[in-house]
Design a protein around this ligand. Structure first.
Ligand code: TXA
Ligand code: MG
Length: 316
């Protein structure tokens, strides 16, 4: 599976591959995406197959501009305002699907809503413009495993199913986009992510949290309790490592194998999270102990991913 640098020529090649129904992994500011033409049922089916993902999990559709989004989804004043503030960027909006939307029904798993976002990464934007189609792209990892934040992670996880991996270096944000449901009257947070809830509330007023009854349901399967999981067991809120464990630190941490952010910076910690979980997921360690992370701002997304990484594996 070729990893190639994201040069203008390779971006053009990738766009050609996407238009011919093949899959391409590409960098976004959050994590690497496993992209396919969202209007092509077979390409979308190939994405599910490559991830080993239950096919009821709907995908995020990526576009380079708001005009493109308005062709696929019903646009309202709230969406307009959020797009003005946060796009391009790590925010996904779930909107009512337009009845004439050309996007594969499989991409939104037969729901009457559609998840859309304009990513802020220059390579992603160049690829979307060159392709000229909406691109469905989940994180480029096998279902249930840690998301990839560099090109090597993608190649390590997915085997033999990709036409190309565009290497744009490490992802600057490091956790996935915030997923906000705007299909109802009250905006509802389906997945904490790169844009903190606090930041959204400054623009929008109160944002509800998804009800427990939505957990694991088809509404946002990214909320399945065990997800983003390394192979080794993960223990949270650890002050120190037990015998055999690797310690993943935050802030001053003596004896930590790795540190998400020595200076206690949540943005830096988010960017390091998945790469460090991967790096510690190996023998001779028998588990990964993670020090406490404050639960505000990007800490909410980090703790969400860590709780899922630590959840009993039967629930994946
Ligand atoms: O940062 C990101 O969002 C990355 C990059 C590649 O853009 N993508 C990503 O995709 O994380 P994925 O497929 O791993 O996660 C998509 C999330 C899931 O939690 C899914 O349930 C939710 O978005 N979602 C997608 N469509 C939805 C819909 N119509 N209604 C509710 N939730 C939806
Ligand atoms: Mg994912």
């Amino acid at each position: 599976m070729p990893i190639v640098p994201a040069t203008p020529a390779n971006i053009q090649k990738a766009a050609f591959l996407l238009r011919s129904g093949q899959l391409v992994a590409f960098p976004t500011e959050t994590v690497y995406g496993l992209g396919g033409d969202a209007t092509d049922d077979r390409a979308v089916a190939a994405i599910f197959a490559a991830k080993g993902r239950p096919s009821f999990n709907p995908l995020i559709v990526h576009l380079p501009d708001v005009a493109g989004v308005a062709h696929l989804a019903q646009w309202d004043a709230r969406a307009e305002r959020l797009a003005g503030c946060f796009w391009p960027g790590p925010l996904t909006l779930v909107l009512p699907r337009r009845s004439d939307s050309p996007v594969s029904l499989l991409a939104s798993a037969g729901l009457d809503s559609i998840a859309v976002r304009i990513p802020a990464h220059p390579v992603a934007l160049a690829l979307l413009l060159a392709t000229g189609r909406p691109i469905a792209a989940p994180s480029a990892n096998p279902s249930g495993r840690v998301s990839p934040t560099n090109a090597r992670h993608v190649a390590d996880g997915l085997t033999g199913t990709l036409a190309m991996i565009l290497d744009g270096g490490p992802c600057p944000v490091g956790v996935e986009s915030t997923v906000l449901d705007l299909t109802g009257e009250t905006p509802t947070l389906l997945r904490p992510g790169g844009i903190p809830r606090e930041t959204l509330e400054k623009e929008l007023g109160p944002v509800a949290l998804a009800k427990a009854s939505d957990l694991g349901g088809p509404r946002s399967p990214g909320m399945l309790s065990s997800h983003y999981a390394p192979g080794l067991p993960v223990r949270l809120d650890a002050r120190s490592a037990r015998l055999g464990e690797a310690l993943l630190g935050f802030g001053p941490a003596e004896g930590a194998q790795m540190n998400l952010s020595e200076r206690g910076d949540l943005t830096e910690a988010a960017a390091n999270l998945f790469a460090m979980l991967r790096a510690l997921d190996r023998s001779p360690f028998t588990g990964i102990a993670v020090m406490p992370i404050p639960d505000h701002d990007l800490g909410a997304a980090i703790n969400d991913r860590l709780r899922r990484a630590a959840a009993p594996r039967g629930q994946r």
